[in-house]
Design a protein around this ligand. Sequence first.
Ligand code: MN
Length: 726
Amino acid sequence: MAKRPSASLDGICNTILSYYPEAKLDLIRKAHAFAEEAHRGQLRSSGEPYMIHPTEVAQTLAELRLDISSVVTGLLHDTVEDTHATLEQIEKEFGKDIAELVDGVTKLSQITFKTSEEKQAENFRKMILAMAKDIRVILVKLADRLNNMRTLEHLAPHKQKIIAQETLDIYAPIANRLGIGWIKLELEDLCLRYLHPDVYYKLAQKVTKTKREREKYIEVVCDILGEKLKEYDIQAQVSGRAKHFFSVFKKMERRKVDFEQIFDLIAFRIVVDNITECYKSLGVIHATYKPVPGRFKDYIAIPKANGYQSLHTTVIGPSGERIEIQIRTQEMHQIAEGGIAAHWKYKEGKSGQSRENVEWVNRLLEWHKDLSDPNEFLETVKIDLFAEDVFVFTPKGEVKQLPHGATPLDFAYAIHTDVGNKCVGAKVNGKIVPLRHRLKSGDTIEVVTSPSQSPSKDWLKIVRSSRAKAKIRAVIKQQERDRAKEIGVEVLDKAVRPFGLTLSKLEKSGDLQRAIQGLSLRTQDELIIALGYGRLDPEQVIELVIPKEARENKVEAAKAEDESFLKKVFNAARKRSESRNAITVANLDDVLIRFGRCCNPLPGDSIIGFITRGRGVTIHTATCTKALDNDQERRVDVRWNTDKNTFKRHVRIRVLSLDEPGLLALMSQTISACGVNIASANIRTTKDRKAIAVFDVEVGDLTQLHKVTSALEGKKGVLSVERVRS
Ligand code: MN
């Protein structure tokens, strides 16, 4: 890493003036003097005067284009912790805003991230709370950590490793989340240097060794790319740079390769004026050089969570090597470098330090309402930062990261599958809560279990995490299989009983094995379960295990014995095959179909199906209220089989008419004339000389029903005709 020129008060002031020309710098100068006085005589581990550190931190904050308060806080951030200066003094000299910021940073600094699990949890909680209170606290802390990492060489090796690991685990991800790309990259590279020095120095050596070659190469490629783009009238700044070591290291780990194999150590960047030119440039590049398949990413159309936008592609370059190219606009570039900080700028003509949040916040504004209050703004930032996750704690203080909206059940499954399966409730921060309670970041959760508990389908509606969902589904599937097995055994036993057989007799004789093979199944379980789910008819098994003549004889003999049962078995089988033919269920062949009694669907009605435990699929009309109560997880796509439809269904229609003689006969004739059978008819008269006739008719589909109803409606004396659903 190149040595940077050391920061100075003048440097800080000049940097601020570059983005905020009207800035009043008195407070900066005052803070510098205050800190210098407080730290007088103190030295850093490097032996340099301590004041170099806060000055560097303030310089970084100015480079992030933050407000005066943030830069002042950078200068003062170590005074309360390391010197005799007090918060009261700071508040008196610099105001409440800055005192609170310094307090926030001081508290964050007291956090150590490596002790017991309990401490770690507490630390993380503080971190989140500090961030939630004022995002600037974290920005100051990041600048502080950056300077500490830059000067880490002066510490003892074991301390280096601890600090580097903590930085990699906590600060680099936060920088990334805040979209401050350069801090994230620099932190990661510094971490690599102390955590994997072998890799770091090999890469550094390789990059240095080929420095001249590389620079020449970058120059040549930039020229070629620039020329190409110019041919298409695209004004672009093209630049190339060695990739960050940490990204090379991660790539090596990911692809399990040594870096000798990684020839693409250089990345190119094209910065253009607008989005159209981004895509245009991409077209030019892809037309000129062959793109590597699967490497194109459109982060313009779909920005990263931190707001990052660019087009990424890899092509086979001018001399046959792979080159990575990022294409973005100037604005996207600033955001990629500065993240949140890039959106904080000074409003011209205002003397105060009002922040104007530009596009990033405008995007937030689309989701939320007008944010004029800075507190609301910070709240929004907080929501955006942690929208995806909640961080909660075990009673021992271990952190669990769960998706937003997670419940105690998610937490229980995060602990262990058995804990999840037996969970009946939880204590959140000591208070009993129900299973559907939504967890918040910082909650401490104690799961309450019961040995008699077992997961239910409703749990799928309660949980948010994919882990919990998968575990619950697995248990339910097993429960259903067990249940189907029980039913299957029962069904088969009943079906073969008239022949003097039982399941175990069939097993012993080997007949069952024959049936399994005959049905192209693999195991006995499969057969039993298919029977239980209604996918298989007991009749099909009987056909295979009992000789034809025995079957015919026995049917006669059995009739006397248990006529009603056999009739039921065969009638049910017939009905099943009829209804099976009437409906096609997506992805399921040969499944038992039943129709909801509530809505009595008719071919032509729009329908939905629900898988029912042990009873195949139940069909409802799409508008049936009872269907909407069903568990939507069980829903399957179904449609009418118009060509195979041979069965008739009973539909009830109610006709309101004037009470005139002969009208019932006329109605009956009308219905029969449509080729429709009347199963029953009922009529009653009302006090106001009207008649209500109710017919149960057998129709094949909706068209036929409509034919009947419109024919009836056309008759003189008929007032209204309606289909009745119970
Ligand atoms: Mn510090």
